[in-house]
Structure formats: C-alpha cells, structure tokens
Design a protein around this ligand. Sequence first.
Ligand code: DAT
Ligand code: MG
Length: 151
Amino acid sequence: STTEQTYIMIKPDGVQRGLVGEIIARFEKRGFKLVALKLATPSKEHLEEHYKDLSSKPFFPRLIEYMMSGPVVCMVWEGLDAVKTGRAMLGATNPLASNPGTIRGDYALQVGMNVCHGSDAVETAKAEIELWFGKEGINQYKLASSSWVYE
Ligand code: DAT
Ligand code: MG
C-alpha cells in the first residue's frame, strides 16, 4: 500500500563518511515520503533490543560495538511497498554481494561496515518504528509531489 512505512537507519560509518545526504536523496528521489528523522546516539540496551533476533550470533557483540561507535540517522520512509523496496535499495547484507546501484553496492565492502539498515518485513518495521520513534511519533502530511508519483 502507498502508506506502508519502513525504518531506515544510517549507521555510524555512513554518518562519518558523509553519506547522509546521498542516502536521504535516494529515498526522496524514488518518491518516498519522509515521515520521521533524527540523529541519535542510542544506548547499548536500545541497540540490543533493535538487534535482539541476532543476540545468539557470534558477531553480535561486535555488531553492537560498531553501532555504538558514533551517532546514527534514524528515519521512517513511507510509500508504495516501502519495506521491500527499501531493502532492494539497500542491497544484500554483505556489500560484496550487493549490486552496483544499491546503497551497499555503491558505498561499502564489508558486512561489518555496511552503512545502512532497513526493516526486513512489515511487522518488523512496525516494531522498529515503535522502538525508535514511539515517544515522539510520526509526522502526518500530504507530500505535494505525490500526485506526480502515484497514478
Ligand atoms: P540486514 O542488515 O541486511 O537486515 P541482518 O539483519 O541479518 O542483515 O544482520 C544485521 C547486521 O548484522 C548486518 O547489517 C551486519 C551484521 N551482520 C550480519 N551478518 C553478519 C556476519 N555474518 N558477520 C558480521 N556481521 C554480520
Ligand atoms: Mg536485518
């Protein structure tokens, strides 16, 4: 649906490498609507909750350490098939397997520094949006360009 929402997060390497504008521009130009945005320095507990499904993986401690190495940019993007399309725009988890033209395929080389997060399913997106924006909530507005994006 055109009101599907996904949680997209620019990881510390993406912020430090100056990729914030590039990544936001890709979602804007694709036609998605920005409904939430902040720069944040999340706690260890918050990141462990975000990645709780991976807590038994051997790389989990390193993943949390990496995610705590600097601020992240937290966003919610809304639009047609936003979750699946957002994942396609990100590319594969391992940047070496990501096609050129994707965010990871254009800006990253290793799985432990893969620049950007995107929700993997509609239900996951709902939980992630609640975790990251539950307190402040999501913005509601009509995007002026929507009648030139949707038929
Ligand atoms: P994705 O970020 O594509 O949804 P995921 O949810 O399986 O992938 O894993 C979350 C993050 O954990 C991923 O972006 C990078 C890290 N990660 C995943 N698999 C890894 C591995 N085999 N070695 C090191 N880090 C890994
Ligand atoms: Mg994931």
